[in-house]
Design a protein around this ligand. Structure first.
Ligand code: PEP
Length: 251
């Protein structure tokens, strides 16, 4: 049985004072029935870890460099994230792929670096609207999965997130049937490549405009093991509705 997972991505939002949202989130879910993670901007990671204390809310990074150290101004390695107290890292987010030209091979190298550092990698895949409209969705997702994941996968420390690019921050979501089709395709693709046991073990999150109002419907879709949430993870009062919906789906 895969444990459900609600992950929040603060992107380039949040200052020290906003970490109070984490304190509130921990208070709202003192004993969560699902795994929880927030990825704040990198400068807040150490402080976020202190705010969370012994509560099982995990703290993650939003990207890492594939190398451990070196002449890479502005970059952060997986080892550094780990050292700052992070346990997870989001990789291959469509904003990284679009803003920084990241391709699948780089995402794969980052995934391997994350695993070497002992971090759980949340690897994102998703089609653009043009790709969906031209019927290429499954082909695109299949290619991204193939290219972004190493052959020797660390299943215990890998989570996949299906995030249609056109659904991120837009308030639009695919139909539940479309989400189900992609998740079932991902499960089959992963089982074929890594074997039934590993394919069945990997958690598949949906991401893109998840809100308290649509969360329960999305979580009822087969093979959706949770959500990667952007905007609605910034405020504890929004994220708590999504977490509660996921806890109900886990019952
Ligand atoms: C995201 O950035 O991963 C995301 C899903 O954003 P939002 O929830 O705001 O659409």
């Amino acid at each position: 049985m895969r444990r459900k997972f609600a992950a929040g991505n603060w992107k380039m939002n949040g200052l020290e004072a906003d970490l109070e949202e984490l304190t509130q989130l921990c208070a709202l879910h003192p004993d969560p029935a699902v795994d929880l993670m927030i990825a704040p901007p990198a400068p807040l990671i150490s402080s976020a870890v202190v705010h969370v204390g012994v509560h099982p809310l995990a703290i993650g990074g939003q990207d890492c460099h594939p190398e451990i150290s070196g002449a890479h101004t502005g970059d952060i390695s997986a080892v550094m994230l780990k050292d700052a107290g992070a346990s997870h890292v989001i990789l291959g987010h469509s904003e990284r792929r679009a803003d920084h030209g990241e391709g699948d091979a780089l995402v794969r190298a980052k995934t391997q670096a994350a695993h070497r550092a002992g971090l759980t990698a949340i690897v994102c895949v998703g089609e653009t609207l043009a790709q969906r409209d031209s019927g290429e969705t499954l082909e695109v997702i299949g290619a991204q999965l193939q290219g972004s994941l190493p052959d020797l996968i660390n299943a215990a420390k890998t989570v996949l997130a299906y995030e249609p690019v056109w659904a991120i921050g837009t308030g639009k979501i695919p139909t539940l049937k479309e989400i189900g089709q992609v998740h079932s395709f991902m499960r089959n693709t992963l089982s074929t490549r890594f074997g039934e046991e590993t394919g069945d073990r990997l958690r598949l999150l949906y991401g893109g405009s998840v809100k308290p109002s649509n969360a329960a419907d999305i979580f009822a879709v087969a093979d959706v093991d949770g959500a990667l949430v952007g905007g609605a993870s910034l405020k504890a009062e929004d994220f708590t509705g999504i977490i509660s919906a996921l806890e109900e789906a886990a019952e």
